[in-house]
Ligand binder design. Structure first.
Ligand code: PRP
Length: 178
């Protein structure tokens, strides 16, 4: 275990097993279709990489990068688009892939933005969800794990851009950020 990690919340094996379950359900849902997996940078890239290889339906991928306008406006759900999609999504079956839903502000904003572009359908999968932190109620179709309100890192999630490479979801030691 990494010395900055207080505890492992979800092991690598548990992640892989759950992602295969999610992929099986998602593959059934999209049978006969060719969805566009839309990942929100950067945290979701590791989840996307494993999820897409576990899917049995053909699919394309694309990326968006967002940034919150800062603490003062976070609760208003204002999100800045740093990188938009490469292609239009009108008429496409879009699956939004997130690593974690915390307040729900990012997802709530993105969902409205994407729906305004008239996709054939829009569904959401998130690896992690912190229900106790939710401010904006966003309908999520698949949730990997509901987790308590702890500072989690690893498997794509960072603290100051570190720890994204850890193969498990860990809780960061408090003295690393206090
Ligand atoms: C995280 C995560 C979501 C958002 C969730 O991204 O990937 O996009 O925060 O928080 P919310 O539900 O409160 O809006 P982050 O801003 O940490 O960027 P990163 O993925 O590049 O690390």
């Amino acid at each position: 275990m990494h010395p900055d990690v207080a505890e492992v919340l979800i092991t690598s094996d548990e992640l892989q097993a759950r992602i295969q379950q999610l992929a099986d359900e998602i593959s059934v849902h999209y049978a006969g279709k060719e969805p566009l997996l839309l990942a929100v940078l950067k945290g979701s890239v590791v989840f996307l990489a494993d999820l897409m290889r576990a899917l049995s339906v053909p699919h394309a991928i694309d990326f968006m990068a967002t940034s919150s306008y800062g603490a003062a406006t976070e609760s208003s759900g204002v999100v800045r688009i740093l990188k938009d999609l490469d292609e239009p999504i009108e008429g496409r079956d879009v699956l939004l892939v997130e690593d974690i839903i915390d307040s729900g502000n990012t997802l709530g904003y993105l969902r409205n933005l994407l729906l305004a572009r008239n996709p054939a359908s829009l569904h959401i999968v998130t690896l992690l969800s912190k229900p106790s932190r939710r401010e904006v109620d966003v309908p999520v179709d698949w949730v990997g794990f509901e987790i308590p309100d702890k500072f989690v890192i690893g498997y794509g999630l960072d603290y100051n851009e570190r720890y994204r490479d850890l193969p498990y979801i860990g809780v960061l030691k408090q003295d690393m950020y206090a």
